[in-house]
Design a protein around this ligand. Structure first.
Ligand SMILES: NC(=O)c1ccc[n+]([C@@H]2O[C@H](COP(=O)([O-])OP(=O)(O)OC[C@H]3O[C@@H](n4cnc5c(N)ncnc54)[C@H](O)[C@@H]3O)[C@@H](O)[C@H]2O)c1
Length: 378
């Protein structure tokens, strides 16, 4: 019998929806030790949290996040608000003894992330950061193949995250829908928003990153602020490309931009090893492409593995072989893994401490982008 786990969700935007959907779906598909109970949701008055509560099944709604954390009946705080609020909420939630699921990037910078790690470790509360792409079945399968040693020694890791939604100079910065362009709220541009995902996956698949050399650019230097109407300097990186060295001796090439006309969310990764290579593409997320040089030359070539069989990661929980799942399922997987680990008293990856490593690499990238110099990540 699953134990009830009372959830307090903070933030009712894009991620608030994906996380609520995960809570609602979990026990339909996974034999979880916990049954999430949607106790209370918090959003700004303008977000109409009452309507959100009704639509997703929350018992109560709230406009002050502190009241959520003060409640004795909340077991887990789910942080789905813009980046500048993660630290204050997470530290308060840790002090109150709550389990914490926090959206990425963990913080605005690594100094803030350090404080969050100290808070959760001091309080001994379960904690997880929502780098959900690890839990796309095809990406988890890539991890299995790499860990089995199928690729042999890895030489190259290559990753892109491309979008095109800020090309117009008319897009404002700040405010409800464009907070990602305001450095005070977002911390950085594509580095913290998009490359952080690429970095988290890379650390998981290919190990530590020791040094980075980055090039960053802000193509549109001033934008109107959505709240004040004033033209103000843009402080975020619109585009970022960086080279890196991994601890295992391999070389990394990463690029992210919101100025790649025609691309909405093209996240790709490729790993080249001595014996084999693999690549993955978010636009075709249920396939893993794999090339193995050890195959007989008459049939050697890139295979496109449709990741749907029941012996593939997470797939036994869903439909029948041949039928695929999608983006929203990654959030169900992360919740399932988090609650199972919580029940066993174990850490679930990526914890706040692991996400701190990603944050330090983001800081090193931004610093290298300014200085033009190679930068160590520790
Ligand atoms: N894991 C992923 O793939 C992924 C994808 C998108 C966003 N994110 C992260 O999730 C977080 C939220 O992003 P989003 O896309 O959901 O943003 P969003 O703008 O869609 O939603 C944020 C919500 O927080 C609310 N909010 C702002 N201040 C608040 C306050 N004081 N109290 C309560 N609510 C408040 C906003 O009104 C809004 O409803 C960010 O940290 C972002 O980086 C992660």
């Amino acid at each position: 019998m699953a134990k009830p786990l009372n959830i307090g969700l903070i933030g009712v935007g894009f991620m608030g929806r994906t996380h609520s959907n995960a809570c609602n779906r979990l026990n339909n598909f996974f034999d979880s030790p916990y049954q999430p109970v949607l106790k209370v949701v918090c959003g700004l008055e303008a977000d109409n949290p009452a309507a959100f509560a009704k639509q997703w099944g929350y018992e109560e709604h709230e406009t002050d996040w502190r009241k959520v954390i003060e409640r004795d009946d909340i077991d887990m705080v789910d942080i789905c608000v813009p980046n500048n609020m993660h630290a204050e909420i997470a530290i308060a939630a840790a002090k109150a003894g709550k389990a914490i699921l926090c959206e990425k990037p963990l913080a605005l910078d690594s100094a803030q992330a350090e404080e969050m790690v100290a808070a959760v470790e001091q309080a001994g509360v379960p904690n997880l950061v929502s780098y959900n792409y690890r839990r796309v079945p095809a990406v988890t399968l890539a991890k299995q193949l790499i860990d089995e040693g199928r690729l042999g020694k890895v030489f190259h890791y290559r990753s892109l995250f491309l979008q095109d939604w800020t090309i117009s100079a008319q897009v404002p910065q700040g405010g409800k829908n464009t907070w990602r362009l305001d450095v005070k709220t977002a911390g950085s541009g594509v580095t913290g928003d998009l490359l952080a995902h690429c970095i988290d996956t890379a650390l998981w698949l290919n190990g530590s990153i020791t040094d980075v050399s980055a090039m960053t650019e802000t193509f549109i230097k001033q934008r109107k602020h959505a709240e004040t109407g004033e033209m103000t300097d843009v402080g975020i990186d619109d585009a970022c490309a960086f080279l890196c060295r991994f601890g295992n001796g391999s070389l990394g090439v990463f690029e992210s931009t919101r100025y790649a006309r025609g691309h909405k969310a093209l996240y790709t990764l490729e790993v080249n090893g001595e014996h084999a290579s693999l690549r993955w593409d978010l636009h075709d997320l249920h396939r893993l492409e794999y090339f193995d040089h050890r195959d007989d030359s008459t049939v050697r070539g890139w295979r496109s593995v449709h990741v749907t069989d029941h012996d593939m990661p997470y797939m036994k929980h869903w439909w029948v072989p041949g039928l695929q799942i999608g983006y929203e399922h990654t959030f169900v997987h992360q919740l399932a893994d988090f609650l199972e680990a919580m029940d066993r008293g174990e850490t679930c990856s990526p914890s706040f401490r692991e996400a701190l490593e990603t944050q330090k690499i983001c800081d090193a990238i931004l610093s290298s982008g300014k200085s033009g110099q190679w930068q160590g990540t520790s």
